[in-house]
Ligand binder design. Sequence first.
Ligand SMILES: [Zn+2]
Ligand SMILES: [Zn+2]
Length: 278
Amino acid sequence: MKYIGPHVSIKENISLSAVRAHELSATGFAIFTKNQRQWKAPQLKEEDAALFRSEMRKYGYSPSAVLPHAGYLINPATPDEELKKKSLALFLDEAGRTVSLGLEMLNIHPGAFKEGTAEDGIKRAAAMMDEVMDQVPGIRIAIENTAGAGTVLGSSFEELDMLLSSIRNKDRTGFTLDTAHLFGAGFDVKNDPDGVLDAFFARFGKEKLFGMHLNDSMVPHASKKDRHESIGRGLIGLEAFTAIVRRRETDDIPLILETPDETLWKDEIRTLLEAAAD
Ligand SMILES: [Zn+2]
Ligand SMILES: [Zn+2]
């Protein structure tokens, strides 16, 4: 089964996200667990979490088809003590929300190390991820690869590997591969998507691919930039996405569209589901 769908809004009530995904004929989807621009949010009410879980069941979404994205304020690699404290608190809160919603995985960016060495940043990020997994049983962490701007970690498989190696809860840690970030980081995901995935599987194994973000790119290959474009309208092109969704390794994991034009989502989902079924 291919779990393909967009990152939908949680506006008004988080349970509406499942309805929104269903209306687009999505077979999977992503959400933020709370307003992603704020450090603090009102507690998730159990009645809202229960409603979300029942809407998931109603529309046939299994927990493995849904990949919540942790807020962008969290920087697991930060050297700043104050920001570290706030990041950990929010990360723990979001992991708790994820489990309350009946979900299992939380997508997170590895963060930026800002000063000093990348190795120190990797150690800090690994420690924070372990702390979250120690404190929140039932959560698995999907570390998202990045385009690698500035001191942002996670733009190479070597760095992702170093991060995974530094984490104690390895069996609960995996990766989300974002195609636009791969492209920005210099992977040839346009001409050789199979080769990029094969290199990932050779290093980490198939079971470490927890999900993917399927985004075309507005910005050039190896630009270290991250600007998403609708599927088939950017510099990566539809052919690469067709190859990706046809891989057996992308069965039964969330394949999320973070593409900018909501009016195209329904078509993008249909195109990708058809390509996968061919
Ligand atoms: Zn992301
Ligand atoms: Zn992404």
